[in-house]
Design a protein around this ligand. Sequence first.
Ligand code: AP5
Ligand code: MG
Ligand code: ZN
Length: 207
Amino acid sequence: MKIVLLGAPGSGKGTHAQRLTKELNIPQISTGDIFRKNLKEETPLGLQVKEIMAKGQLVPDAITVAIVKDRLAQDDCANGYILDGFPRSLVQAEELDKFEDVQFAVNIDVDKQAVIDRLSGRRFCPDCNGTYHVSTLNGQDKCPNCGGTLITRQDDSEQTVRDRLDVYEKTTMPLIDYYARQGKLVNVDGNGTIEEVYNRVLRAIGK
Ligand code: AP5
Ligand code: MG
Ligand code: ZN
């Protein structure tokens, strides 16, 4: 099953992708996680995207598309994948269509204020990409999955969250219509508990 997860920053793409990957046994491909890994390891790509990510802007399409194309060519993607955070511009979606045929674009729709609340309390594990929220960690600062030290993502500051939301509205939201025109769009109400939203996502993809 080839799935694209669409949705604003903080809508829950990563949270649900991590569950889907276990349940469907297909990889989660998060361009944000790939860029963060390169940042952490200070690779040439990491240095190139550092400033862009800190400002909440998009990494140039050509770079992003090349990375995804390469990743999707790997063996573990043969039976499908969950694209988390890609595509997020019309150019990226058109390029993806040249080499892949996705089945579903799941759009997770969440109120703007909920997104701001979620991101301001998010904690991230750089070791396993686990994503949590302070409200469920009971003061713990270690990753419940792997024991790594949890951090606050650099781009989760209030101003950068607002800038990311602007970029989302201008550049990524048009993809909702793009996939609707292809008959691939499924809308999911992203408000409610993680469990509730996850069950809606499963239903949306016929599981
Ligand atoms: P990326 O890492 O993709 O960030 P994003 O799209 O801004 O999305 P987030 O990861 O912030 O949110 P999410 O939807 O995954 O929510 P999460 O599950 O974590 O991209 C980062 C940057 O990389 C971009 O700004 C850009 O610079 C670059 N980039 C990446 N892809 C690119 C591309 N294709 N092209 C160009 N540049 C690219 O949930 C958020 C929080 O809410 C968590 O704390 C979670 O526990 C909590 N939560 C989730 N669901 C619920 C719920 N139902 N109720 C309560 N809390 C919830
Ligand atoms: Mg994410
Ligand atoms: Zn971890």
